[in-house]
Design a protein around this ligand. Structure first.
Ligand code: NAD
Length: 482
């Protein structure tokens, strides 16, 4: 199943090539722990070459008419949709995600690119009346310049698409650096842009360990914006590093989403939807529901339905059609999940299912989907992002109490509420300090609506019309007619 070799070079100025010093690193299938390929490991010289290529290409790409950029993006979107099976298979081998989820991600990425094919033609400026009969006030929106796009591995294709598509639509060029895991799928995404007619140097891809690449990017005066998706500590480091060259930055950082199940919700429907959302991509999702606050009256019905749904989930290799849950991404994440489970047990919470590595599969970074009940607010899992297959259930009685607890941690990405009352839904949505709220729904990531957080979860927005503005500067032109 995993004998195929998945190897990737660097894309610099339109050519795929090895690192200047020949360095490589291994690609591991997380379901088997077998090496399935090699990727080039870029150093400072490669990074500087990619930045220089992006800077050269910017001068011509920014002048390509918006309608032409739009056509190229639309073609890239349709090529990606056509290639969904190949890209999804590669993603599953590289990051372990069940194939159906990989396919859904690739198609979502194609939709995102298609959305920005339209937005490229909608870069609006403004005209205001001048203060005299000869005066005209106008704003122009112009591309910020070459940008760097750093992303996590959990949605390797859609996270890069959310950055590359609006950047290209705006007239920017890109140096992208996907995570070590999932690079092959990202290379296939970029292949769609190249085959659609994106000129050399407009997209450059670097792979390998992040430190050297990121430091060269942050030192560069040529890169005018950095968009980062990943953890809060790395985001904070990049925010600090952006000061010297005064780069624009967008930060899509961690989340720890609360789910509030009010007393008028259907506990079984809410529990079934919650279990699916919680264990999607093994809980390795920034908007994953992590803290479940269930009204005291619904506690038994919600808990029973949730645990039953979780126990029915099947662990396995992501390429096997019956698999619901694949492996975690790597040993480091597996060990972090194990530590979090031990801490939660020690907090006095009740272990309702899972809590250990499975007997089968007996290799790979698998961990059983785990549910804890009666989790005290003081448990680490209630304030540190678990980013893994751990659900923490708790109860509440009053609206004020649950809102205070839901808003307690420093995260502010997504929040969810289940209720039959429009008033309760609205009041909860307004009270949650987050960037996105799902009401009786976990669908908070779509091409057309803004995605992003508040507080330590970051700033800037991806997707929707807002996603394009992050790649545009505003220029005011004050005109005095002769
Ligand atoms: P991480 O921050 O360790 O890694 C994220 C990416 O940044 C990886 O590609 C990594 O190689 C790279 N990286 C590491 N050090 C870097 C540096 N100094 N400069 C530039 N890049 C660097 O995070 P992780 O644990 O791999 O990913 C999970 C985190 O990402 C979670 O906190 C999750 O919530 C967050 N995430 C957020 C979103 C969002 O849209 N808000 C989406 C997906 C993941």
């Amino acid at each position: 199943m995993t004998t195929e070799q998945l190897s990737t070079g660097l894309l610099i100025d339109g050519c795929w090539r090895p690192a200047a010093d020949g360095a490589t690193m291994a690609v591991i299938d997380p379901a088997t722990e077998e090496r399935i390929g090699m990727i080039a490991q870029a150093g400072r010289a490669d990074t500087e070459a990619a930045i220089a290529a992006a800077a050269r290409a910017f001068e011509s790409w920014r002048s390509v008419p918006a309608w032409e950029r739009s056509k190229i993006l639309r073609k890239a979107a349709s090529l990606l949709a056509e290639r969904v099976d190949r890209v999804a298979r590669r993603m599953t081998l590289e990051i372990g995600k069940p194939l159906a989820q990989s396919r859904a991600e690739v198609l979502a990425a194609a939709e995102t690119i298609d959305w920005y094919a339209d937005e490229a033609r909608r870069i609006y400026g403004e005209t205001l009346p001048g203060r005299s009969t000869r005066q005209r006030f106008v704003t122009l929106r112009e591309p910020v310049g070459p940008v760097a796009a750093f992303t996590a591995w959990n949605f390797p294709v859609v996270l890069q698409a959310r950055k590359i598509a609006p950047a290209l639509a705006a007239g920017c060029t890109v140096v992208c650096r996907p995570a070590e895991e999932g690079t092959g799928a990202v290379a296939m995404l970029i292949g769609c842009f190249l085959d659609a007619g994106v000129p050399a140097g407009v997209i450059n891809m670097l792979t390998g360990v992040p430190g050297e690449i990121a430091e060269a990017v942050m030192d560069s005066e040529l890169i005018r914006k950095v968009s980062f998706t990943g953890s809060i500590p790395v985001g904070q480091h990049l925010i600090r590093r952006s000061a010297d060259t005064v780069k624009r930055i967008s930060m899509e950082l961690g989340g720890h989403a609360p789910v509030i199940v009010h007393e008028d919700a259907d506990p079984v429907l809410a529990a079934k939807a919650s279990a699916v959302a919680k264990f999607r991509n093994n809980g390795q999702v920034c908007v994953s529901p992590t803290r479940f606050y269930v009204h005291e009256k619904l506690r038994a019905a919600f808990t029973d339905a949730f645990v039953d749904a979780v126990k029915a989930m099947r662990l396995g290799h992501g390429l096997e059609p019956e698999t619901d849950i694949g492996p975690l991404i790597n040993r480091r994440r597996l060990e972090a999940v194990e530590r979090m489970v031990e801490d939660t047990k020690a907090s006095g919470a009740a272990l309702l299912c899972g809590g250990r590595r499975p007997a089968s599969p007996n290799r790979g970074f698998f961990f059983e989907p785990t549910v804890f009940g009666d989790v005290p607010d003081s448990a680490r899992v209630m304030h540190d992002e678990p980013f893994g297959p751990i659900a923490a259930l708790s109860t509440f009685q009053s609206f004020e109490d649950v809102i205070a607890r839901a808003n307690g941690p420093s995260y502010g990405l997504a929040g969810y509420v289940f209720t039959a009352s429009l008033g309760r839904a609205q009041r909860t949505a307004e009270a949650l300090k987050v960037g996105m709220v799902g009401v009786n729904s976990f669908a908070v990531a779509t091409a057309e609506m803004p995605f992003g957080g508040v507080k330590h979860s970051g700033f800037g927005r991806e997707n929707g019309a807002e996603g394009l503005r992050d790649y545009l500067d505003v220029k005011f032109v004050s005109i005095e007619l002769p």
